[in-house]
Design a protein around this ligand. Structure first.
Ligand code: NAP
Length: 298
């Protein structure tokens, strides 16, 4: 939905959003989100870690008070999934406590918040896509800290969107796509994990859907990923097809490619929230990948 449509809907719901504050504005999602918001005419207050370290409650309060945005999109996070296993204090400090500081200040000033969460709140034991009312049960520290962030938002805030997303790729890497392209240039053959399934998500499509949420009063939890799903192996295979690269690609198991943090074997997200609240459906991940590659031709 374009800005005209968003504005129409917002006006109908009696909400006017002009000024948006984005935390973690220089991250992968933050970068594309800020670009999209600006292109649609919003005034964007882009806050990086130096301008607004979310672990500093006084700074958080001061920045939000001075900026007084109409909505806050909280993208800042500790996202190093493997390192979080040995840095649990830091993961919880940023993802849980930091979120509490942002959400508390926002609630005090009556500002709605969007909290970015993850498919890694689920354990991967389900054989069917997880919807917004499925029970989270994270299996790694990163997922635990993000799920604790969700609970904090619900405890301290009254008008929130919790957005769970997955397997992001965007202009501001590093991301799986860029890693695969780099490895394919350096190695004769590549082995990629084939026993984890999820939905790759183009940050531009995710941003567009988030912009559709803000300004409405349809608060709650939403699953927003590109539609369709695949394994990491399937993702790499499609990438090389779209790029026209002849790569010797082999499937492997998570057991063969051991990493410090366990990953859910199945974390496909069902978009029940978008459907039931009449938001636009998400494009297929292969379509998102095509547009990403067209934007990043090298
Ligand atoms: N990437 C994925 O595949 C994925 C999947 C599901 C959900 N998500 C969620 O989506 C959101 C955006 O992810 P992303 O991929 O854009 O992550 P990202 O690229 O790692 O960006 C996160 C940003 O937060 C900043 N940050 C870290 N600690 C901070 C602090 N104490 N105060 C303020 N800023 C801080 C980082 O700065 P530095 O780089 O300087 O540390 C970085 O710019 C996150 O909430 C993440 O949990 C991501």
């Amino acid at each position: 939905m374009r800005l005209g449509g968003e504005r129409e809907r917002n006006e109908k719901e009696g909400i006017s959003v002009k000024k948006v504050l984005v935390t973690g504005a220089e991250g992968q999602l933050g970068t594309d989100l800020c670009l999209l918001l600006k292109s649609r005419g919003y005034k964007v207050l882009e806050k990086n870690k130096t301008q607004m370290d979310v672990t500093n409650p006084d700074k958080v309060e001061e920045v939000i008070l001075n900026a007084h945005p109409d909505v806050i999109i909280h993208c800042a996070a500790y996202t190093k999934v493997d390192e979080a296993e040995k840095n649990a204090d830091l993961a919880f400090l940023v993802n849980t406590l930091g979120t509490r500081y942002v959400a508390t200040a926002a609630e005090r000033l009556g500002i709605p918040i969007v909290y970015m969460s993850t498919d890694y709140v689920f354990d991967g034991e389900s054989g069917v896509p997880y919807h917004e009312f499925s029970c989270p049960s994270p299996i790694n520290v990163y997922g635990e800290s993000k799920f604790a962030g969700e609970r904090i938002v619900k405890e301290v805030h009254s008008r929130y969107f919790i957005v769970r997303t997955s397997w992001l790729f965007g202009q501001k890497g590093p991301n799986f796509v860029e890693t695969m392209l780099k490895l394919a240039r350096e190695r004769a053959s590549l082995s990629v994990v084939d026993d984890q399934r999820g939905s790759p998500t183009y940050t531009v499509d995710l941003s567009s859907s988030i912009v559709g949420l803000i300004g409405t009063s349809r608060y709650g939890t939403y699953h927003i990923s590109n539609s369709g799903d695949c394994s990491w192996y399937g993702f790499a295979k499609e990438l090389f097809i779209q790029r026209g690269m002849d790569v010797d690609l082999k499937p492997c198991t998570s057991e063969q490619f051991k990493r410090p943090a366990k990953r859910p074997s199945f974390s496909v997200l069902d978009h029940m929230g978008l459907r039931n609240n009449h938001f636009a459906p998400m494009p297929h991940w292969k379509d998102g990948l095509r547009r990403y590659l067209a934007q990043n031709p090298s």
